[in-house]
Design a protein around this ligand. Structure first.
Ligand code: SAH
Length: 251
């Protein structure tokens, strides 16, 4: 059974490519895929690029061309939930597309043709991902806090709703509005990013198990554009390495 490990950006892939046994580089659909073996598993490492369409194209290629049987996304996200801080880790329970709006014909955020607004991740695969993350957590300190001079707090693990849309959320006003509108409809979103919900939708269509983990790189606020690049450069890679190695050992 081949497992796909997806990330949006090369930094979010860490050094997984160099850890592959029998690596094979494949150029397809304007993307680079790496096939190989890791901890006894057949894997394909893929970079989606940024945004929902890019991620959906990558996920469809993984299903069709590479015949993968499950997908795991690893990357970074903006924290919007209460107490979801830079350096924390969020494992998705389910996903919603926060920029999908065909109201008043359809319920806001519903992808027409799907049963509900939230798309659930695969429970058994997510449970193993949670176990991998908690095993790694002791080794993680919070990534970066530009406001505080004090020692960083220990990173925490969260599990819940993640939301995706084709926007880098980078003002406190926008992230507060996003969170408040979702909360008013009963959706307690922990983090915002730009790809996961698209991969969840493709995996649902193909009947493939999907799980996702994101390390919080910024608070989706006015300093997000400062925090994000720093975090991606220095913290995202080692996090992906630790979590994915542990996950594959547990699978
Ligand atoms: N200009 C940036 C673009 C980054 S987009 C660049 O250097 O390439 C942000 C990426 O990180 C996306 O892949 C998204 O999934 C994730 N992300 C992190 N913080 C985010 C936020 N606050 N809002 C939306 N996506 C975020």
């Amino acid at each position: 059974m081949t497992t796909a490990i997806l990330s949006a950006l090369p930094e979010e892939q860490g050094s997984l490519v160099s850890a592959l046994q029998a690596p094979e580089r494949i150029e397809h659909a304007a993307r680079t895929f790496w096939r190989g073996r890791l901890h006894g598993h057949d894997v394909v490492l893929a970079l989606s690029g940024i945004g929902k369409v890019a991620a959906a194209t990558t996920a469809a290629a993984l299903a069709e061309r590479f015949a993968v049987r499950r997908m795991v996304f690893t990357g970074v996200a903006g924290g919007i939930g209460d107490g979801v801080q830079v350096g924390d880790v969020v494992v998705a329970r389910d996903y919603l597309q926060h920029d999908m709006d065909a109201s008043p014909i359809f319920e806001r955020w519903l992808v027409p043709g799907h049963a509900g607004v939230c798309m659930a991740c695969d429970a058994p695969l997510t449970a193993i991902l949670l176990e991998a993350c908690s095993a790694c957590l002791a080794g993680f300190s919070a990534g970066f806090d530009h406001e505080s001079e004090s020692a960083p707090q220990a990173a925490r693990l969260h599990h819940g709703l993640m939301v995706s849309g084709d926007r880098f959320v980078s003002t406190a006003a926008e992230s507060q509005r996003l969170r408040a509108e979702l909360l008013a409809a009963g959706h307690d979103a922990l983090a915002v990013e730009m790809e996961g919900a698209a991969v969840a939708q493709v995996c649902r269509d193909y009947g493939l198990p999907f799980a996702a983990v994101r390390t919080i790189s910024d608070r989706a606020d006015d300093s997000a554009h400062v925090d994000f690049p720093h975090f991606v450069r220095h913290v995202a890679g080692p996090r992906a390495d630790a979590i994915i190695h542990r996950l594959l050992q547990l699978l």
